[in-house]
Design a protein around this ligand. Structure first.
Ligand SMILES: N[C@@H](CCC(=O)N[C@@H](CS)C(=O)NCC(=O)O)C(=O)O
Length: 202
């Protein structure tokens, strides 16, 4: 049984939760709050002490993007991680945006504005203002970030964009991003998270 250390409000955890749900793989999800993350037992599993952490039959992997890449290679090779070099490059681009601009922009603003973390907002707001129009323009011309189907690019990039309301930004102001997050939330087996409800099944 796959163990997923995470938390209900963690968008990074949700990337992996979505992948496992869409793959139909059962998971033993273990709530790992701030106190649990500081425990010696958790540090022994991951020196970063961050969630999500994926453990399967003694194999542990941290980082949501890395876990998505593993799951794609294991269960949806090509379909989820690219059939061609061009698709693979495009998917890597969005994994990189997820780990950089989306993490340092909307996800960081959410930490400050929803959870009250003492983080200077200026840089996060500037990164958010730069990445949102790029994603919006990209999605005005296509349904999915890379290729013609859901890939791990969509799984990696979507949670913190679906949750930008928590960062004080109205998702309705970004109609193509909004429609894409609803498209993902309408897929069969989509697992809901607070702030990102399921839509009617496509
Ligand atoms: N690059 C990592 C970032 C993971 C991350 O920032 N996790 C947050 C929760 S969503 C966390 O564990 N924060 C506590 C900490 O950094 O100490 C990923 O994509 O999984």
């Amino acid at each position: 049984m796959i163990i997923l250390y995470g938390s209900p409000l963690s968008g990074n955890t949700h990337k992996v939760r979505m992948a496992l749900a869409f793959l139909g793989l059962p998971r033993d999800e273990r709530l790992t709050d701030a106190a649990a993350r500081q425990s010696g037992a958790f540090a022994a599993l991951t020196p970063m002490r961050q969630i999500p952490l994926f453990v399967d039959d003694g194999f542990a992997l941290r980082d949501s993007q890395a876990i998505l890449a593993l799951l794609a290679a294991r269960h949806r090779p090509g379909e989820w991680d690219g059939h061609t070099p061009e698709e693979r490059g495009a998917i890597m681009l969005w994994l990189s945006h997820a780990a950089n601009e989306i993490a340092n922009g909307p996800a960081t603003l959410r930490l400050a504005r929803k959870f009250g973390l003492a983080i200077p907002e200026d840089h996060a707001a500037a990164v958010t203002a730069r990445i949102l129009p790029v994603v919006e323009a990209h999605l005005e011309r296509r349904d999915w970030l890379a290729g013609d189907r859901l890939t791990i690019a969509d799984l990696a990039a979507s949670p913190y964009l679906a949750l930008i309301g928590d960062a004080g930004i109205d998702l309705a102001g970004w109609p193509a991003i909004h429609a894409w997050t609803r498209r993902i939330a309408a897929l069969p087996a989509f697992p809901e998270m607070p702030g990102w409800p399921a839509e009617g099944v496509i």
